[in-house]
Design a protein. Structure first.
Length: 189
C-alpha cells in the first residue's frame, strides 16, 4: 500500500514538472509573455533545470524558435520519473529478485516509459487547456484567462475550424479536439 501511495505522489510531482516544462516550451514557441500567470509559475517550477541547460546547449540549439532547453528538461525529468518508477515497480513486484536480467529488462524499457510519460503529459495538459478554454468561452469570454487560453489553443483549433462549421453559432472545434485528445490518451494507454 505504501509503495502505491509513493508511486502516486511520484507520478503527480513529475507530471507537474514535465507539464510545466512543456508548457514553458509551448508558451515560448507562441511568444506568450512569461511575466504574468501562468508564465511566472511555470518559470518558477522549471528554472532550476532549464537555465543550466540553456547555458550548456550549443548556441545553434538555443537560437531556434523551439525552446530546446525546456523540451530537453521535460525529457530529462520524464527519464528521472521512469527510473524512479522502475525502482518502485521493481520493489513492488520483486523484479530485482529474479537476477540481473530482470533489472536489465526494466533498465532497457526506461526510454520507452519516459517517452510514453511525456506524450501522456502533453495530451493531458492540452486537454486541460482546451477544456478550460471551452468552459470560459461560455461563462467568461471577456476574461484575461480566456484570452491566454485562446492564444495557447488557437494553433490547434484553427485547422479544425476550417473544416468543422459552426452549428447554430456554436463553435464545435474545441469539442472535436477534446474527443481527439481523449482518443489519443486511450491509444497511448
Amino acid at each position: 500500500m505504501l509503495i502505491r501511495v509513493l508511486a502516486f505522489l511520484l507520478e503527480t510531482a513529475f507530471f507537474l514538472l514535465v507539464a510545466a516544462a512543456l508548457l514553458r516550451a509551448w508558451m515560448n514557441w507562441l511568444r506568450v509573455s512569461m511575466t504574468g500567470q501562468p508564465g511566472r509559475f511555470v518559470m518558477a517550477l522549471t528554472d532550476w533545470l532549464v537555465k543550466p541547460l540553456r547555458r550548456a546547449l550549443p548556441k545553434a540549439v538555443t537560437r531556434v524558435r523551439l525552446d530546446g532547453a525546456s523540451v530537453l528538461a521535460a525529457a530529462l525529468m520524464a527519464l528521472a520519473y521512469a527510473m524512479l518508477a522502475g525502482l518502485l515497480l521493481g520493489a513492488m513486484t520483486g523484479a530485482f529478485e529474479g537476477g540481473p536480467d530482470s533489472g536489465l529488462a526494466i533498465f532497457l524499457t526506461l526510454p520507452l516509459i519516459a517517452l510514453k510519460f511525456v506524450l501522456r503529459v502533453a495530451l493531458q495538459t492540452l486537454f486541460m487547456l482546451v477544456l478550460g478554454f471551452a468552459i470560459l468561452s461560455w461563462v467568461q469570454p471577456g476574461s484575461a484567462a480566456y484570452g491566454l487560453l485562446g492564444h495557447l489553443t488557437e494553433p490547434l483549433l484553427a485547422p479544425l475550424r476550417r473544416v468543422i462549421p459552426a452549428i447554430g453559432g456554436v463553435d464545435l472545434s474545441a469539442l472535436v479536439l477534446l474527443v481527439a485528445l481523449q482518443i489519443g490518451l486511450m491509444v497511448l494507454t
